[in-house]
Write a protein that binds this ligand. Structure first.
Ligand code: PXL
Length: 245
């Protein structure tokens, strides 16, 4: 069985973060292990508080797991502090793990910041060490300092983010109006994935970014291509959302 590490925060509601990642890994037939970067106090609609774990401790969590077995892929989610991002960049530079998926979490769906103000610049430094980055419209806007309003803007943003050194950019369009389209860019070609919009409360969509990137990572660990992994991850996410109110 392939083994996948998630480095992310803990959401006690179970819909996002570490618990969502581990459930996704389990569903997709890979063994999940986890390093917690932050605790949060939240329910499905509100983040009341966050408590980042010391970067040294996060590093200890990762190296202790690694001492026993390697990872076939790594998924990175909420990191909680820019110091943890810096620590992780150092770790990835040393270990050279190929299949790294980064969900560049900046804010919760409800708008609470999940990283400090230096986090964004530190996250940019992680990109050359990452295989696939999965920003949503807000995160891509922050990374490129541009307003993204349509698919053409998304393609421009994906090019800019790709130029920061990451191999694949999967820009998620769910936050734009109309039929949601995700754009994958490999430095040469664009692939568009379109779907139908599901209705429902904000709570229904809490953690969707986590689930998508975890499912993508599980597929990559199993040797599936990035294009096909994206397709499979989107299908898996739709299935999960259909079980939610
Ligand atoms: O969806 C972003 C996210 C990621 N990780 C954790 C979270 C959230 C949003 O609330 O709590 C732990």
């Amino acid at each position: 069985m392939k083994r996948v590490l998630t480095i992310a925060g803990f959401d006690p509601s179970g819909r996002a973060g570490i618990s969502a990642d581990l459930k996704t890994f389990d569903d997709l037939g890979v063994e999940g292990v986890a390093a917690i970067t932050a605790l949060t106090a939240q329910n499905s609609t509100t983040v009341a508080a966050t408590l980042p774990i010391e970067p040294k401790f996060v590093r200890k969590e990762i190296v202790t797991l690694l001492a026993e077995v390697g990872f076939d892929a790594i998924k990175i989610g909420m990191l909680g502090s820019s110091e943890t991002v810096t620590m992780l960049a150092r770790f990835l530079k040393k270990e050279r793990i190929e299949k790294v998926v980064l969900d560049p979490v900046l804010r919760s769906t409800s708008g609470t910041w999940l990283i400090d103000k230096n986090g964004l610049e530190e996250i940019k430094k992680l990109l050359p060490l990452v295989h696939v980055v999965t920003p949503n419209i807000d995160e891509a806007g922050a990374l490129t300092k541009k307003k993204i309003q349509n698919v053409t803007d998304m393609e421009e943003a994906a090019k800019t983010i790709h130029s920061l050194g990451v191999k694949f950019v999967l820009l998620k369009g769910g936050h734009l109006k109309g039929a949601p389209t995700d754009v994958l860019f490999n430095g040469k070609d664009f692939t568009h994935y379109s779907g139908t919009r599901l209705g429902g409360s904000k709570a229904r969509f809490h953690g969707t970014g986590c689930i998508l990137s975890a499912a993508l990572c599980a597929n990559l660990a199993k040797g599936v291509s990035v294009k096909k992994s994206t397709e499979n991850a989107r299908k898996y996410l739709t299935k999960v959302l259909k079980t939610r109110k």
